[in-house]
Design a protein. Structure first.
Length: 135
């Protein structure tokens, strides 16, 4: 009969005292490993360690997109839950994306180019809608 201890099977027969020492050693080893602890917010587990997600062009563009949406008041502050609007910072971030588009022209994959083009268009339209005087 297979016994289980702390989610791993005990499949070999050991002298009871020796077996207990092996189990204690394995359990202590598992408890001390970082992989048993949750990663801090914003990090992910890779090869048993907590690391920041890989930096890619797509992730960078999406990060700037999220920042702009936040400044446009489209996304709530994660701490307060409030939606705040700062059109100056929103426009500044859109300008950064525009410079990025100009400086990377010809060096992006089709998918990256399309993503940047669509993100810029969407953010510009949202900005215009927010910045336009109420009619």
């Amino acid at each position: 009969m297979m016994q289980w201890h702390w989610n791993f099977p005990i499949t070999q027969k050991y002298d009871e005292d020796v077996g207990r020492e092996i189990i204690k050693s394995e359990v202590a080893s598992m408890e001390n490993k970082e992989e048993c602890k949750p990663c801090p917010e914003g990090q992910m587990r890779k090869d048993g360690k907590c690391v920041m997600p890989e930096v890619t062009f797509t992730a960078f563009v999406m990060s700037l997109n999220t920042s702009t949406l936040f400044h446009l008041g489209e996304i709530s502050d994660p701490v307060t839950g409030e939606k705040n609007q700062d059109l100056v910072l929103a426009k500044h971030t859109i300008d950064i994306l525009k410079v990025l588009e100009e400086k990377t022209r010809g060096n992006l994959s089709t998918e990256e180019q399309d993503l940047l083009k669509h993100v810029l268009y969407d953010l510009k339209m949202r900005y215009v809608a927010k910045a336009a005087p109420n009619k």
